[in-house]
Design a binder for this molecule. Structure first.
Ligand code: UDP
Length: 330
């Protein structure tokens, strides 16, 4: 059985679905602070609780035959982390310390940790590989990097197989149309543009158009959430087989798109026109973040299968079917 913390969130819920589809048994631990109960596949066990709660963790490890843990439960907004840094250190770092302690106490190994390209900071090269220096420029990136260090230190002290996956920009939704991206407030580019095209409530803001990129808007590497999910499963299978793995893998497609290009892709796929306004730069945004996924390809046998068009198409299907997100689904 696999314990998935944060399995009611956007990426976690897609991983849970894939694990179940492959025949794994899954127990989800989520406090539903940002996740949605409806996002958790009915085939999974669900426990509402906090990773900081030692009694709940000991009970989970005692009750279920847990062979591995996927740890998604975290806060993940760069802008919020700049304004409320301690919230990030408490929820992402201190809380994970307690999860790791509980794993060590209960002799549970095999951890897959959700990390981020925000650990690199403002890179000096165009394509990022895992050996580059990590100099995060916001508390969110620092909190994730601190956890990477904690995990490595634990693995130096005792046998503790783990993999840290540094995500680039997760996008898209399950092609089934049953689960998708649903944040409140929504801050991410693709859902913001699609929700605008759906409801026309607010205009689309482009945060900064004087970056050092061809059209002046920030470039990001968007990766389909089911491609991310597949990488988690390949990493888990290696850990469960006892294969030696490297500690850290980037998960991106190797191709970057600017904010303007993303808005254009959303317009052409939906056949609708966006009202775009130009706004101030958002604090903490590097010009360009694009992954090399060569290490994940050669060591995990992973490569992304979905194109940008697939990401926008599957996200659009989700928004069309669930215009009010999960809260409107009963
Ligand atoms: N962005 C934007 N308008 C929006 C949301 C995002 O211009 O409504 C920009 C943002 O400044 C960044 C890029 O789009 O350059 C991707 O932002 P997102 O929040 O989706 O992901 P992040 O890279 O912060 O994880």
């Amino acid at each position: 059985m696999i314990l998935v913390t944060g399995g009611a969130g956007y990426i976690g819920s897609h991983v849970v679905k894939q694990l179940l589809d492959l025949g794994f048994e899954v127990v989800v631990l989520d406090n539903l602070s940002t996740g949605h109960r409806q996002a958790v596949d009915a085939r999974a066990e669900f426990v509402k609780g906090n990773i900081q709660d030692e009694l709940t963790l000991d009970w989970l490890f005692d009750t279920y035959p847990i062979e591995g843990v996927m740890h998604f439960a975290a806060l993940c907004l760069v802008g919020e982390s700049v304004v409320q840094p301690l919230k990030y250190y408490e929820n992402n770092v201190a809380a994970t310390t307690l999860l790791l302690k509980a794993m060590a106490r209960n002799r549970i190994a095999n951890l897959i940790f959700s990390s981020t390209c925000a650990t690199y900071g403002i890179p000096e090269v165009d394509i990022l590989h895992e050996e580059l220096p990590t100099r995060p420029v916001n508390p969110y990136g620092r909190s994730k990097l601190m956890v990477e260090h904690m995990i490595r230190d634990l693995a130096d002290a005792q046998p503790f197989p783990f993999v840290c996956l540094r995500y680039f920009n997760a996008a898209g939704a399950s092609p089934s149309g049953t689960i998708g991206e649903c944040h409140d407030p929504e801050t991410h580019l693709i859902p913001n543009v699609l929700l605008h095209l759906l409801e026309k409530k607010t205009d689309v803001s482009v945060f900064g158009d004087d970056y050092d990129t061809p059209d002046g808007t920030c470039i990001r590497d968007y990766i389909h959430v089911d491609d991310l999910a597949n990488a988690h499963i390949l990493a888990l299978q290696r850990l469960l087989r006892g294969d030696k793995t490297a500690a850290v893998y980037n998960l991106g497609t190797g191709t970057g798109y600017s904010v303007t290009e993303i808005i254009g892709a959303c317009e052409s796929i939906t056949g609708r026109k966006a009202n775009v306004i130009h706004a101030e730069r958002r604090p903490g945004d590097p010009d360009r973040l694009v992954a090399s996924y060569e290490k994940a390809r050669s060591e995990l046998g992973w490569s992304p299968q979905y194109s940008l068009e697939d990401m926008v198409r599957t996200a659009w299907k989700w928004h069309l079917r669930h215009p009010g997100g999960y809260s409107a689904d009963q």
